[in-house]
Design a protein around this ligand. Structure first.
Ligand SMILES: Cc1cc2nc3c(=O)[nH]c(=O)nc-3n(C[C@H](O)[C@H](O)[C@H](O)COP(=O)(O)OP(=O)(O)OC[C@H]3O[C@@H](n4cnc5c(N)ncnc54)[C@H](O)[C@@H]3O)c2cc1C
Length: 311
């Protein structure tokens, strides 16, 4: 209990500290060398491709994300769309088992909902031509309504090759799941990675975990495709037991874990015959992603600081 409280406090402190421009400058300059490479598969597409290939060769599916979020101009968002087209083309050319996961604020959602809709819609059309799939990540709570609205619009416009994410720390997510079921949605379930106030998100980990199980079980029973994205072995085993008990086919769900986190567990799940996808981001704009990974586990920060001290 004391550890849990300490973890929650250090998580909040790291996420708050991440906003410091000085820290951003320092980590941005030295971070790859100090340990960011554990979580980020390189800064360029050429560095990413061999990492994806190696994961695929181990029986792991992959997705990739060009890191970045919160763009502030339509031109910038347009450049992100162009970069993702290149990523999708390269995935196809290299015959990788890799799909794509985007953040809508990277495609302009913080500027204008219609802009983000048009950008993601263009990407989905491009991906469909290549037989690929694009998931929309879930970001901070003010973007949940717009992200879910865009997901529904895309599906109603006939885009089948897309899915989104629900975060179990948000009180609203069980209602959101209920409201999406008519679409037979492809949903990823996560605990949630951002700093959210107690009026929108459960402050206690036990409540977040319990909500995670309720969401996953309802999605498995009534939904379309369920991606169970956690490194929490207890929740993974609970999912497996539930799926076996309810006779849910293994092609209706998959486990998703992050590149650099619990690699042995990833391979063990493959060995047991489950579909496992490793989320493998890349790109030079990795600072915020890294800070969220450090916040999730104080030991990661320690590892980073030790590298700093060693020089
Ligand atoms: C594939 C994938 C996609 C995601 N997409 C989103 C998204 O769209 N929106 C969003 O808000 N969040 C997203 N997340 C992050 C998620 O919300 C959690 O912050 C993150 O997964 C940590 O929670 P956990 O479920 O692993 O459980 P926790 O209870 O945090 O961790 C369980 C155990 O896993 C291990 N672990 C967890 N995190 C780490 C880490 N960073 N480094 C080392 N070990 C770790 C530790 O052993 C820990 O004890 C995603 C996570 C994954 C795996």
């Amino acid at each position: 209990m004391i550890t849990e409280t300490a973890n929650a406090a250090s998580r909040k402190a790291i996420l708050a500290l991440a906003e410091s421009p000085t820290l951003h400058r320092f980590v941005g300059r030295h971070g790859m060398r100090l340990g960011a490479a554990r979580f980020v598969a390189g800064e360029t597409l050429d560095q990413l491709v061999p990492v994806l290939r190696r994961l695929n060769e181990q029986g792991l599916l992959t997705n990739t994300t060009l890191l970045g979020e919160g763009v502030t101009s339509a031109e910038e968002a347009g450049a992100v769309v162009a970069a993702y087209r290149e990523v999708l083309d390269r995935i196809r050319a290299e015959s990788l088992k890799t799909n794509v996961s985007v953040k809508l604020t990277h495609l302009g959602l913080a500027i204008d909902e219609q802009l983000a809709y048009e950008n993601v819609s263009a990407l989905l059309a491009h991906a469909a031509g290549l037989g690929n799939f694009v998931r929309m990540d879930m970001e901070e709570s003010p973007f949940v309504d717009t992200t879910l609205r865009i997901y529904r619009r895309l599906r109603e416009a006939g885009h089948e090759n897309t899915g989104t994410v629900l975060q179990s720390y948000l009180y609203r997510s069980e209602d959101d799941l209920a409201s999406l079921l008519d679409l037979r949605p492809n949903l990823r379930f996560v605990k949630g990675a951002y700093l959210e106030p107690p009026d929108v998100a459960y402050p206690d980990k036990a409540d977040v975990d319990a909500a995670f199980t309720r969401l996953v079980e309802r999605s498995l029973r009534e939904g379309g495709f369920t991606a169970v994205a956690t490194h929490d072995e207890r929740l993974i085993e609970r999912t497996i037991e539930f799926a076996e008990r309810e006779g849910i086919a293994r092609d209706r769900f998959q486990f998703q874990l992050l590149y650099g986190v619990r690699p042995q567990l990833q391979l063990e799940l493959v060995r047991r015959g489950f579909a496992v996808l490793v989320a493998t981001p890349f790109g030079p704009d990795w600072y915020r992603y890294l800070m969220r990974r450090l916040a999730e586990r104080p030991a990661n920060t320690l590892f980073f600081v030790k590298n700093l001290v060693r020089g």
